[in-house]
Each structure stands twice: as structure tokens, then as C-alpha cells.
Design a protein around this ligand. Structure first.
Ligand SMILES: CC(C)(COP(=O)(O)OP(=O)(O)OC[C@H]1O[C@@H](n2cnc3c(N)ncnc32)[C@H](O)[C@@H]1OP(=O)(O)O)[C@@H](O)C(=O)NCCC(=O)NCCS
Length: 190
């Protein structure tokens, strides 16, 4: 048990989600992408984007809170595997076509990081997909972003390299959703 309340996002969550996303880009991706690319994520510019993602039926946006009336501390958004510019496939590893669901974005507020929310959000989206008949999840992460260590820790395998928004990125995949859910269980401490 993570102790977090994870639920599907509703339209009223759009501003908080957009804020967390923007703050995440500012703190995690400065130096990886340009200032203009970060500015493009300013919350007021992205409300329609997030409302659309919640409503289009193909995607899943989940938010994490500590209590029902509390602030949103983090979110995850995923859906079908999207086209992506691939620069190299890693020999002996699966191909993009071998995966059937993609985690597009996962961000937690700075003060909430390192306390298991990322794991809880990843586990919950994997569970939703499992119930919906999906099999193998993947995601792209900026190559030069320290936070991608999360996916190493959760047992993801790098199977391709690519480019997103002009910056190099890498694709992580999991053989099946069970493997991801098992890896997301809270680490034993002490
Ligand atoms: C990446 C992110 C979503 C992870 O969420 P989180 O709640 O901080 O992660 P958790 O507490 O669940 O940690 C899961 C594991 O990943 C590891 N991890 C997470 N971020 C890490 C980092 N920057 N460096 C090294 N390890 C990291 C943790 O060590 C942890 O393992 P542990 O529980 O055995 O210690 C969050 O830190 C975040 O929003 N980062 C900024 C935005 C971003 O870059 N998002 C996309 C990631 S490519």
C-alpha cells in the first residue's frame, strides 16, 4: 500500500496538473531543452491540452493526493503507443511495435518527490491497463535527465534511442504489466 489516493483526473484538475507539469519542466529539464520550450508549457497555455487528454477516451490521466480534499501532488498520463523519431534500435531488444501502451508524462511536485508517489502512480496506471486488456508498457525519457533512474530502478529495459523536442531521449520497456506492477511495490526500508 502506498498510502496515496490515486484517482482519474477531472476537468477541474487541469490547472493543477498544468502547474505541476510546468514546474517539473523548469526544475528537471533546464539545460536539456531550451527556455522557449519550457515557456511553452506555462499552465495557462496548456489547459485545453490537458482537458482534451482527459476527455478523448483513448488516454488516461491519474492524479495522486494524500487526502481527497488535499492538493494534487503528482500525476501520470498515458495512452496508446505514439509515433516517435527513433535514431537507433538496440540490438537484441524488443521493437516499438512490441509494446501496446505508453506512459507519456509522470511528474510529482518537488516537495512530494522521493516519497513513493512516482511508484504509486506507475503501479496504478499499469493496473488500469491490465484490467483493460493491455500487455506491455513503454515510455520515452530524456537521455540527459537524472530522473530517468526511476525507470532503471523499476526494471525498465532501454530498447531504443530517439529525439523529442530536439533533445535525445531513450525508450524504456517492460515485458509485461505484471513486471512493472511488481517493481513498483514500495521499497523495504531499514
Ligand atoms: C521522476 C518522478 C516522477 C519520480 O517520482 P518520485 O515520487 O520522486 O519517485 P519515488 O519516490 O516513487 O521513487 C521511486 C524510485 O526511483 C528513484 N529515483 C527517483 N528519482 C530519482 C533521481 N533523480 N535519481 C535517482 N533515483 C531516483 C528513487 O531512488 C526511488 O527508489 P527507492 O524508492 O528505492 O529509493 C519525480 O521525481 C518527478 O516528478 N521528477 C521531475 C519530473 C520528471 O523528470 N519526470 C519524468 C521522469 S523521466
Amino acid at each position: 500500500m502506498s498510502g496515496y489516493l490515486i484517482r482519474p483526473a477531472v476537468l477541474d484538475d487541469a490547472l493543477e496538473i498544468a502547474e505541476i507539469h510546468y514546474l517539473g519542466w523548469k526544475s528537471a529539464y533546464a539545460g536539456v531543452v531550451s527556455d522557449a520550450q519550457i515557456a511553452a508549457k506555462q499552465p495557462e497555455k496548456r489547459l485545453d491540452y490537458w482537458k482534451h487528454k482527459m476527455q478523448d477516451g483513448q488516454n488516461l490521466v491519474l492524479v495522486g493526493q494524500q487526502e481527497p480534499d488535499g492538493p494534487i501532488l503528482g500525476f501520470i498520463y498515458g495512452g496508446p503507443v505514439l509515433d516517435h523519431e527513433i535514431t537507433r534500435e538496440i540490438p537484441g531488444q524488443p521493437k516499438l511495435k512490441d509494446f501496446d501502451c505508453e506512459i507519456n508524462i509522470v511528474h510529482c511536485r518537488h516537495a512530494a518527490q522521493g516519497k513513493g508517489l512516482g511508484r504509486a502512480l506507475m503501479a496504478e496506471i499499469a493496473h488500469h491497463w491490465q484490467v483493460g486488456g493491455k500487455r506491455a508498457p513503454m515510455l520515452w525519457a530524456f537521455r540527459d535527465n537524472d530522473y530517468r533512474k526511476l525507470y532503471d530502478k523499476l526494471g525498465g529495459t532501454v530498447f531504443a534511442e530517439g529525439v523529442d523536442e530536439g533533445a535525445p531521449d531513450v525508450a524504456y520497456g517492460w515485458q509485461d504489466l505484471d513486471a512493472l506492477i511488481a517493481a513498483c511495490q514500495p521499497a523495504q526500508r531499514g
